[in-house]
Design a protein around this ligand. Structure first.
Ligand SMILES: [Fe+2]
Ligand SMILES: [Fe+2]
Length: 169
């Protein structure tokens, strides 16, 4: 039995191909968020030293935000008639966020977080472009998420500036 689709908008039959394109982009976003959750948990626990505490606190908060983003992407995949993939489809990509050889190497963590946020910012800008004028709900949702990622990036850029100013990065 065929799924009965809405007559209008992104849920209509006529937009099936566009919907599929958006779902694939959302699945990639979903994996990116989940890998970020893993990386941020590790990097909010591993670092040692007085200077690590600010980074640890910040990443702890981000873990919850990134998890919330993953859940939003999952919900939207379903609303677009997609299926949220199972864990066997997961392929890691964040080589730059692996634990450093010394756990006091905070600059490594800061640079890794900035790289992860840059990846998210690039991909979410692409989703916003792809959904412009055809899927306003996804468009709106991803704009709000993009704001969070830009905020995360800006915060860590500030941390990096401090280390650079002291000749430590
Ligand atoms: Fe996120
Ligand atoms: Fe983020």
């Amino acid at each position: 039995m065929a799924v009965r689709t809405s007559a209008q908008g992104i849920l209509s039959d006529e937009n099936a191909a566009k919907r599929e394109e958006i779902i694939q982009m959302m699945i990639k976003a979903y994996w990116m968020e989940l890998e970020t959750v893993m990386s941020y948990i590790a990097n909010s626990v591993n670092p040692d030293g007085v200077r690590a505490q600010e980074i640890i606190e910040s990443l702890r908060t981000d873990v919850q935000e990134e998890l919330g983003h993953a859940q939003q992407f999952a919900e939207r995949i379903k609303e677009l008639y997609g299926v949220v993939p199972g864990s066997m489809d997961f392929k890691p990509e964040q080589s730059y966020l692996q634990p450093p050889s010394r756990q006091t190497d905070i600059v490594h963590v800061i640079r890794g977080v900035i790289a992860a946020e840059d990846g998210a910012i690039d991909h979410y800008n692409a989703i916003i472009e792809a959904t412009e004028g055809v899927d306003p709900v996804t468009n709106d949702m991803v704009i709000a998420i993009l704001r969070d990622e830009e905020g995360h990036r800006r915060l860590f850029e500030g941390f990096l500036r401090e280390y650079e100013a002291e000749g430590l990065a």
